[in-house]
Design a protein around this ligand. Structure first.
Ligand SMILES: CC(C)(COP(=O)(O)OP(=O)(O)OC[C@H]1O[C@@H](n2cnc3c(N)ncnc32)[C@H](O)[C@@H]1OP(=O)(O)O)[C@@H](O)C(=O)NCCC(=O)NCCS
Length: 158
C-alpha cells in the first residue's frame, strides 16, 4: 500500500536552548560543534515526523557560522522538510541567537542535511511523498532538488 503524502507543515519543528558554560570555550563563545549537534537533533526530529521510521544522517552540507553565539544566548533552530526522493529527505535548519535581555535576534547560520529512512534491517527504506503547499514550500523543493543533484555529483553517486 502506498504511503500517504504529507505536507511540510506537518513536521515543522523548533527547538530552543539557553547556551550554558559547558556549550562554550573559556571566553564564552559557543562551540560550532554544540550548534551542529543541535542542528542534527532538530533535523532528525523533522525526519522522524515525516517518515515515522528510524532515520540516520547521510550528509550535512557546508555550514558557515555567520555571527558568534555566547553563553546566555537563547539559541533557536527552525527546521523543515524541503524535499524527498525515494528513501532520503532534505531538511533545512535556520539557526538564530537571541539576546534574552534585549530581544535582539541574529541569524547565525543555515544548514541543509540529507537524512535517510531505514527499515528494520537497517537498509534504506521508502519515505512518504511530500506535497509542497505554499509558494515558499515550492521554492524550497526546487532549490533542494538542485542541491541534491550537485551533492550526489560531488560524491560520485550520479
Ligand atoms: C546513509 C546510508 C544509509 C546510505 O546507504 P547506501 O547503501 O549508500 O544506500 P543507497 O545508495 O541506496 O542510498 C540511499 C539514499 O541515500 C542517499 N545518499 C546516500 N549517501 C548519501 C550522501 N553521502 N549524501 C546524500 N545522500 C546520500 C541516496 O541518494 C539515496 O537516496 P534516495 O533513495 O532518496 O534516492 C549509509 O551510508 C549509512 O548507514 N551511513 C551511516 C549513517 C549514520 O550512521 N549517520 C550518523 C552519523 S555516524
Amino acid at each position: 500500500m502506498a504511503a500517504i503524502a504529507k505536507l511540510p507543515s506537518e513536521s515543522l519543528t523548533t527547538v530552543s536552548r539557553i547556551m550554558m558554560p559547558m556549550d562554550a570555550n573559556v571566553s564564552g563563545n559557543v562551540f560550532g560543534g554544540t550548534i551542529l549537534r543541535l542542528i542534527d537533533e532538530v533535523a532528525s526530529i523533522v525526519a522522524f515526523k515525516h517518515a515515522r521510521k528510524n532515520v540516520v544522517t547521510a550528509s550535512i552540507d557546508r555550514m558557515d557560522f555567520l555571527a558568534p553565539v555566547y553563553i546566555g544566548d537563547l539559541l533557536r533552530l527552525n527546521a523543515s522538510i524541503n524535499y524527498v526522493h525515494k528513501t532520503s529527505m532534505e531538511i533545512g535548519v535556520r539557526v538564530e541567537a537571541e539576546n534574552p535581555l534585549t530581544g535582539d535576534v541574529r541569524h547565525t547560520g543555515t544548514c541543509f542535511l540529507t537524512i535517510v529512512a531505514l527499515d528494520k534491517n537497517g537498509r534504506p527504506s521508502p519515505v512518504p511523498p511530500l506535497v509542497p503547499e505554499t509558494e515558499e514550500d515550492k521554492r524550497r523543493w526546487e532549490e533542494a532538488e538542485a542541491r541534491r543533484s550537485l551533492r550526489l555529483q560531488q560524491i560520485g553517486k550520479r
